[in-house]
Write a protein that binds this ligand. Sequence first.
Ligand code: FAD
Length: 347
Amino acid sequence: MTKAVSKPVSNPLSQEAREALRKAFGSRVQFDVPLAPWSAARLGGPADALLEVPSVKDLGSTAMWLWEHDMPFRVLGGGSNVLIADEGVDGVVLLNRAREARFFEVKGQPAVWAASGASFGALARRAVAKGLDGLTWAIGIPGTVGGAVVGNAGAFGGDVATSLLWADVLFPNGRVVRLDARGLGLGYRTSALKTGWLSGVVLAAAFRLHPADPEKLKARVAEINEQRRRSQPPGASLGSIFKNPPGEYAGRLIEMAGLKGTRAGGVMISPQHANFFINLGNGTAMDYAHLMCLVRRTVWQRLGVLLEPEIQLIGRWPEDVLSCLFDPLPVEPPALLLGGVAPPPEE
Ligand SMILES: Cc1cc2nc3c(=O)[nH]c(=O)nc-3n(C[C@H](O)[C@H](O)[C@H](O)COP(=O)(O)OP(=O)(O)OC[C@H]3O[C@@H](n4cnc5c(N)ncnc54)[C@H](O)[C@@H]3O)c2cc1C
């Protein structure tokens, strides 16, 4: 007999905590705010509290205040690599809008410094407009500099690890530590901040650049834009859902398992790129998780490859959903996750 999906463990902010937040931040703090508008997939439940931080200074002082008051919080950048639970998120969500950026030189070499809330793709475009290469690979990657550092974002042969000079990370003891790729533990779409091994807030980061032939840069940008246009489906999504296993593409495996076009509720595995799941408009985070579980189990059963999620699940998720997606071997999914999946349409 299959068991029903379990209830998520939840530890919402107390009334006292809400009062303390109101007193400290006044009308800047909002309560029980739906996060879907800040998710690239346009789904997810409410945050207990939401605070927008407009500058690096504000991001740092707000994080310190929350640590000192023992209130759980999470920084949200572009929301393009996180699946936010329908049941919402415990504690405070800091919407990072610290967007300052400056071009400078290190030992005669061009570089760029950016606040962690700056758009990473826009930063890459600004560098190209100045005739500078080094971040061109990042054109078209949604989200912020902070999110890119945490996930070691990468594309077209580049990644944060190879372009990063340093990231300034604030720790709960109030120290800001300047860390390079090694110090951050950057690996394929991961870091010590993503795994939780380090618990800090990325305040800003600097990237090395180098002068390049403007015509060649222009051609490279056109090539990258064209490749993204051809390979990536339009619509609300979180980009690649699973990491590519060594020497393989997750999308190819999902396609080989016959799952392209499969739907769960309002979310569909893209018929164009099987590692992209599209919210058709009325999708829920549980629909997303539903499809992820199905994909992980089917690819394992049919092809013997265990896929590892690239996206993070944040908020109030039931334990059995998390274990279905992250356990070293796929367990039998809870009943709720097995129902309501429509097979792909006939070719
Ligand atoms: C259409 C599409 C295409 C994509 N293409 C690519 C691609 O080519 N390559 C690629 O690597 N990714 C790609 N992605 C995934 C995503 O854009 C990247 O992972 C991106 O770097 C995430 O940044 P973000 O600001 O949206 O992070 P978020 O999703 O907001 O956050 C991700 C994680 O980082 C944490 N975080 C964010 N900011 C901070 C901070 N300042 N301090 C501490 N923690 C922080 C969050 O708490 C969360 O744990 C794509 C996504 C989409 C939707």
